[in-house]
Design a protein around this ligand. Structure first.
Ligand SMILES: [Fe+2]
Length: 393
């Protein structure tokens, strides 16, 4: 090989290494960090800019809110057109900032808002939705539901507990058709759902997160409601380096406006609450980096799933709630209803409050093959006594 050729190869490898380091790598499956969503698009109706919303159908005006108060700005061409926005609370009120001279109509269909606009000229139209200020806003939290009847129940239970929205902590994909079924259930849920991607939603026999990005939302984002900042953090697969990618960029941005009134929701916990178990974030230096970054952003609470158990503990200045009983797994192991869901309450000028509520899942809705396998494993390993002790503690 000539010296010139060696130099070209060395230079190319160095450039690829630098690019990979800056963009970030994910594993397992070794891959580049996914690109962030586009916030602007051009359609036959004109130019569209999205804040806290994504486009969920390519080449169609169908959007999904990824926060309670999304905004849509249009530079609309002359004519009549329609679009809808999914995942908006029934309580949210249309807020028209600027509509020029046009006819604008809104129809509420569950968590969908259908908008029809007719303009006489090209013009700017800015609209959004706002939740009325309340003394109390409740939200529910749970993960690890799979995409079957257990997910239906968790959505129903969250609504019946008075939640304005659900924070889903990931892992809705455990089996055949779960991905499609779960997306359909999230799109037609009785309340808005903001979803943190789980390891089973990120990769299976290959990388499968593209569907999550297309139809559910980004893997990292933040929104503020009634003075409390909610931060969705991606822990579905390990990061290299720990601070790279969209997650690192988001946390660096949040550190510029730190707040203690803050809730981080994610899939994998910082500490496994079960004795002798280590189902946690696994990347090199990843947990110390996250603890430090969260501290610089002001700290707060950490909500995680992944472990199919419900409990809370302190970890490096954070209160970690593990809320991973979306399949009601321990109901099956113990043959009594012990599984729990978490309910958070935010009130102006007061600390965020969390309370556990019974999941109360009807026996007829337990259909998961996963926890039947776990029951067999628990019997074989004689760990049922361990579960019993856990619930007596
Ligand atoms: Fe998981």
């Amino acid at each position: 090989m000539t010296t010139r050729r060696k130099l070209i190869i060395t230079g190319s490898l160095a450039a690829l290494g630098l690019y990979s380091y800056n963009r970030g790598l994910r594993y397992p499956r070794l891959s580049f960090e996914p690109l962030a969503h586009a916030t602007a698009l051009t359609d036959s109706i004109g130019d569209v800019t999205l804040v806290d919303a994504i486009q969920i159908e390519q080449d169609a005006l169908c959007f999904r809110a990824i926060a309670p108060e999304p905004k849509i700005s249009l530079y609309a061409n002359k004519g009549k057109f329609a679009f809808y926005v999914n995942n908006i609370s029934e309580d949210a009120v249309l807020d028209i900032q600027d509509k020029g001279i046009c006819d604008l109509e809104e129809e509420v269909r569950g968590i969908d808002r259908h908008i029809t606009i007719e303009t006489a000229n090209s013009q700017t139209i800015n609209i959004g939705w706002k939740l009325p200020t309340k003394e109390q806003t409740k939200f529910a939290v749970i993960g690890d539901t799979g995409g079957n009847s257990e997910l239906d129940w968790c959505l129903t239970r969250a609504k019946s507990l008075g939640a304005q929205f659900l924070l889903h902590l990931g892992d809705f994909n455990y089996g055949l058709d779960d991905y499609e079924n779960a997306i359909s259930k999230f799109h037609t849920a009785p309340l808005p759902c903001y979803i943190s991607i789980g390891n089973h939603d990120f990769h299976d026999s290959g990388l499968i997160y593209q569907q999550f990005l297309r139809q559910l939302g980004p893997m990292n984002n933040a929104f503020t409601l009634n003075g409390v900042r909610f931060v969705n953090l991606d822990t579905a697969a390990d990061f290299f380096p720990a601070g790279s990618g969209n997650r690192g960029a988001l946390l660096n941005t949040l550190a510029q406006s730190p707040t203690e009134r803050q809730i981080f929701f994610t899939h994998r916990p910082f500490r496994d609450p079960r004795p002798g178990q280590d189902h946690t974030i696994g990347g090199v230096n990843e947990i110390p980096w996250l603890v430090n970054a969260i501290s610089h952003a002001g700290g707060g609470h950490l909500l995680a799933g992944h472990v199919h158990h419900s409990t809370e503990l302190d970890f490096s200045g954070l209160r970690q709630y593990t809320v991973g009983e979306g399949l009601g797994h321990e109901d099956i192991v113990l043959q009594r209803q012990v599984a729990r869901i978490l309910v958070g309450t935010i009130e102006p000028e007061r600390p965020v409050n969390f309370e556990w509520a019974s999941l109360n899942m009807p026996w007829s809705l337990h259909r998961s093959h996963t926890h039947l396998l776990k029951l067999e494993k628990a019997k074989a390993q004689k760990t049922i006594d361990w579960y019993t002790k856990l619930h007596q503690a």
